[in-house]
Ligand binder design. Structure first.
Ligand SMILES: [Zn+2]
Length: 390
C-alpha cells in the first residue's frame, strides 16, 4: 500500500525562525499559555499571537481547554503542538538488521519493526526501507521526514554535488550518496546521522537529558560510542575521533582488543570482548544476554568478566566527566545491561577515580532496546523539520 502525501508541509518552509522556536519549546516542554511562552522566548504577546495564528490555522498547533494562566491568573487556552497528527520515520541500520519506527512529533513510537538485511547493496537497502515505511504507515499520510542512522562516520569527507557521502564499515559502503538514494526511494526529506549522535539528540529533546545544556553519552554494545553536548550543542565528531574514544586505554595490562591494544575501552566493553572472555572461562559458546543473566545469578566466571567490564566503565565515565566537566553521563546502547548487573562495581570505580565522590556525576542508565536507536533517527528528522537545518 502506498502512503499519501502530507497536506501542510509546504507552509513550514516559509515560517520565520521565531515560529520555529515556538514549536521547539512546545515539543520539548509541553503545552503552555501564550503569556508563559512569550516570556520564555522573550517575545511580546502580540508577536506571539501573530506568529502562532497561521500555525493554529494550519493545524500544526492546537489550543487546549480553558485553564487559569499560571503567570497572570486569567483564563487562557494553552497552546500545544498537534503531536499525534504528524508522523516521522526513523531507521537504524546495523551490519545485519534494519530497525524502523514511526513516531509522532514528540518521538513517541506508534509502530515499529525490525528485520534482517538480505542484500547490502545501497539501492537494495533503500528499497527495503521504503517497503518498511509502507508497511508501518498502513496507508496513512506520509511522514513529514525520515532520519536514518548508522554506526561509524555517517558523513564521509567526500562530497558529490554538495552532498556528503556515507562510509560504513559495518555495511561495507564507501562513498554512498545515501541521502539522495533514500529521498528518491521514500519521497520525503531525509537526514543521515551517526547513530550515537542521534541517540544523544533523542535524550536531549525527549529523554533523560531534557532541559540539560551539558551532558555526555557513552554507548556500549557492538562498539563503544560517545557523544558530548556542550551549551546545548552536540560537539561534532569524525569517525577518527570516535575511534580514539572506543580505543582509549584504561588499563595497560588488560585484555586485548581486535586492533591489538591492551586494556582499551573496546577490549573491556564491546559485546564481542565480553562474550569472548566469558567463553574462555566457561569453555563453551555463550551469548551476551546469557553472560549478563549468569552474572546476575552469581556465576563466578561471568561475575568476574562483568565485574572487570563494569570497573572499566566506571573509569571511562570518570574520565569523561573529569575532562569534559559535565555533571551528567548517560549510559545507553544494547549492552547497557552490564551497567545494571554490576552497578556496585561501576560505582566503586567511579568513586575511586572521582576523589571518593561518586555523586559528583549523575550516571543515568538507559533502556537497552534497539527501537531506541531507530527512534533516534526519527528525532533527527523531527529536529531537522523544526529547526530547518540538519
Ligand atoms: Zn582497542
Amino acid at each position: 500500500m502506498r502512503v499519501k502525501p502530507q497536506r501542510w508541509c509546504g507552509m513550514w518552509d516559509v515560517l520565520p525562525d521565531a515560529a520555529r522556536s515556538i514549536v521547539k519549546e512546545l515539543i520539548i516542554h509541553g503545552p503552555q499559555s501564550r503569556t508563559a511562552l512569550a516570556r520564555t522566548l522573550r517575545l511580546s504577546t502580540g508577536s506571539l499571537t501573530r506568529l502562532t495564528k497561521p500555525m493554529v490555522d494550519a493545524g500544526l498547533l492546537v489550543e487546549g481547554d480553558v485553564v487559569h494562566d499560571p503567570v497572570n491568573g486569567r483564563p487562557t487556552r494553552p497552546l500545544d503542538v498537534a503531536a499525534g497528527e504528524h508522523r516521522f520515520f526513523g531507521v537504524k541500520l546495523t551490519a545485519d538488521r534494519v530497525h524502523a519506527v514511526i513516531t509522532d512529533l514528540r518521538a513517541q513510537i506508534v509502530a515499529a519493526r525490525d528485520e534482517p538485511i538480505p542484500d547490502h547493496a545501497p539501492q537494495a537497502v533503500c528499497r527495503q526501507v521504503r517497503r518498511l515505511l509502507d508497511e508501518l504507515s498502513g496507508g496513512e499520510e506520509a511522514p513529514v521526514g525520515a532520519g536514518v542512522t548508522l554506526g561509524g562516520d555517517a558523513r564521509s569527507a567526500a562530497q558529490l554535488g554538495g552532498e556528503r557521502l556515507v562510509d560504513s564499515s559495518y555495511l561495507g559502503w564507501r562513498q554512498v550518496p545515501l541521502k539522495s538514494l533514500l529521498e528518491e526511494a521514500l519521497g520525503v526529506p531525509c537526514v543521515i546521522k551517526n547513530d550515537v549522535a542521534a541517540l544523544s539528540h533523542q535524550h536531549h529533546w525527549f529523554g533523560a537529558a531534557r532541559g540539560l545544556r551539558d551532558f555526555a553519552l557513552v554507548s556500549i554494545g557492538a562498539g563503544v560510542g560517545y557523544a558530548l553536548v556542550v551549551h546545548d550543542h552536540l560537539v561534532p565528531a569524525a569517525e577518527s575521533d570516535l575511534g580514539m574514544f572506543a580505543h582509549l586505554v584504561l588499563n595497560g595490562g588488560g585484555p586485548m582488543c581486535g586492533e591489538g591494544h591492551r586494556g582499551c575501552a573496546s577490549a573491556y566493553l564491546a559485546s564481542e570482548s565480553i562474550v569472548t572472555a566469558a567463553r574462555q572461562g566457561l569453555r563453551r559458546p555463550v551469548t551476551y544476554e546469557e553472560v549478563m543473566r549468569l552474572a546476575a545469578d552469581g556465576d563466578k566466571v561471568c561475575l568476574g568478566v562483568v565485574g572487570e567490564a563494569a570497573d572499566a566503565l566506571g573509569r571511562l565515565i570518570a574520565q569523561v566527566a573529569t575532562y569534559s566537566m559535565v555533571k551528567t553521563v548517560i549510559v545507553a546502547g544494547e549492552g547497557v545491561e552490564l551497567a545494571r548487573v554490576a552497578k556496585d562495581g561501576l560505582d566503586r570505580a567511579l568513586s575511586a577515580n572521582r576523589r571518593g565522590r561518586p555523586d559528583s556525576v549523575d550516571v543515568l542508565i538507559e533502556v537497552d532496546d534497539f527501537r531506541e536507536w531507530a527512534r533516534g533517527g526519527a528525532v533527527v528528522a523531527i529536529q531537522s523539520f523544526v529547526t530547518g537545518s540538519d
